[in-house]
Design a protein around this ligand. Structure first.
Ligand code: SF4
Ligand code: SF4
Length: 462
């Protein structure tokens, strides 16, 4: 019996409902486990980003990347330009981490964590709330301009701009004290540069997430360009199982599609309609794909409606789709994983062993040494000290490598948090202990209650 009542409207994607229309992609909203995960991750990250500048630690902004002072305050720690090793290690961890994740899970960063994707989906959500579903939006855009169209478009762009302003403000608040910035903007008394950056980042967010969307990922993001070099046959990515799906075509729900020579793909094109990149996953792996999993959720939904097994589109590697064993090829993932952990361990050690005091010694360049009236020898130095902690530090200065030297200048001082100071001093040796050695290696020591730093120099004699 021909069961027309259960026949599914399989060809729902006509030209009129294709996601790409005159260059614009009308993304259809999709529910499902990957979209749930993406949304939860996205909202959590966004919340962290928005709250970040308002977190306080020991009475000061917990995360402040202070360009003007060239210091990064991260909770209780202050990173100085001298701590470039930490920054280099951090960037190395990030690079190896990205290699590791990409080789293993493909562009999962792009689909689930990248700010460009998170903000784009946020903007699409607003668009959907104000202008309706993808089909409704397309119809509205094709229909003439009227008051309803204008009102909805106006409200959407206004809301986009407000979100962009909040994002732009928050971003700049990581680089300049958040409360000062907020006060300056609200009272129109902000200095020109922070205000300029807020406006610039507001515009960038509005244009990137509102207008450019995946164009940014496809044509401008360097990561999308080099990530293919990290892919191998075992990398997981959203993939269509052609051996199961083909021959694609419409059919009745209760028909025996195998007997008709059809595969499991009913050609509904739902996977295409939900794709933010506007591509068809059935054409194979494409560089536009950001691995967001929307097509997987869409196809699973169709499979369930048809009573088929889910997973026709799924996260799978090339080897898994071809039924091949991944074997030793996973070595690359392991190598990147081990490197990430190793550099991370180095970073942790470097942070733990980092000194909160810096000492630099500069010799007097005009006079290498001076002979005293008593026949002794004197050398002059400038000790440059920096308190890299967020607490005041009492510093005691001394020298090692000389017998009973005379110390002329301050030997104890207190530095306020972040203070950099120069201490001019002279060292002298009496005639009877001055040796024939022309240059004696010495060590200047700056000590606090918790820490001691040593810096080498030389004591010169005639
Ligand atoms: S093809 Fe699938 S995973 Fe890739 S961007 Fe489109 S919807 Fe996301
Ligand atoms: S792959 Fe799935 S969602 Fe895409 S057209 Fe085929 S059945 Fe529909």
């Amino acid at each position: 019996m021909n069961d027309t009542s259960s026949r599914i409207d399989v060809k729902v994607c006509t030209d009129a409902s294709r996601p790409r229309d005159q260059g614009h992609i009308y993304v259809r909203a999709q529910q499902g486990r990957w979209q749930r995960l993406r949304r939860r991750l996205g909202w959590s990250l966004m919340l962290l980003f928005l709250l970040g500048p308002w977190l306080s630690w020991n009475g000061r902004q917990a995360i402040l990347l202070d360009w003007a002072q060239q210091r990064f305050h991260l909770f209780g720690m202050t990173i100085w330009p001298q701590d470039l090793t930490l920054l280099a290690l951090l960037l190395t961890v990030a690079a190896f981490g990205l290699f590791f994740i990409t080789t293993w899970l493909g562009r999962v960063w792009c689909g689930f964590l990248c700010p460009q994707t998170v903000w784009t989906f946020w903007f699409i959500w607003v668009e959907q709330k104000l202008e309706g579903s993808a089909n409704r939006r397309r119809q509205r855009d094709r229909g003439g301009r009227n008051a309803d169209w204008l009102l909805r478009k106006g409200a959407k762009h206004l809301l986009w701009l407000l979100i962009a302003l909040l994002s732009g403000f928050t971003f700049v608040a990581y680089f300049t004290p958040a409360d000062e910035l907020a006060y300056g903007l609200l009272t129109l008394s902000a200095t020109p540069w922070p205000a300029f950056w807020v406006v610039l980042f507001t515009l960038c967010t509005y244009l990137n997430a509102g207008w450019m969307r995946t164009i940014m990922c496809t044509h401008m993001c360097p990561y999308s360009r080099f990530q293919s070099a990290m892919f191998d046959a075992n990398t997981l990515s959203a993939a269509y199982d052609a051996s199961r799906g083909e021959q694609r075509g419409p059919r009745s729900r209760n028909s025996d599609h195998r007997a008709q020579g059809l595969g499991d793909c009913i050609d509904c094109e739902l996977c295409v309609q939900v794709c933010p990149a506007g591509i068809d996953i059935r054409d194979g792996l494409q560089y536009e794909c950001i691995n967001c999993g929307a097509c997987i959720d869409a196809c699973d939904q169709t499979m369930k409606r048809m009573g088929y097994r889910t997973g026709l589109v799924r996260y799978a590697s090339e080897n898994a789709l071809a039924g091949r064993n991944s074997g030793r090829a996973h070595m690359r993932v392991w190598c990147y994983g081990v490197m990430t952990v190793a550099v991370l361990a180095l970073l942790v050690l470097a942070v733990a062993g980092r000194s909160t005091l810096a000492l630099e010694v500069v010799r007097d360049r005009h006079q290498l040494y001076r002979e005293t009236l008593e026949g002794g020898v004197e050398n002059t130095f400038t000790l440059k000290l920096a308190n890299k902690s967020q607490q005041p530090q009492r510093v005691v200065l001394s020298v090692e490598g000389l017998e009973q030297p005379g110390w002329h200048g301050p030997q104890q001082l207190t530095l306020v948090p972040g203070e950099v100071t120069e201490v001019p001093i002279s060292l002298s040796l009496r005639a009877e202990v001055a040796s024939a050695q022309r240059a004696r290696p010495i060590l200047f020591v700056a000590g606090t209650e918790q820490d001691q730093v040593r810096t080498e120099s030389r004591f010169l004699m005639p």
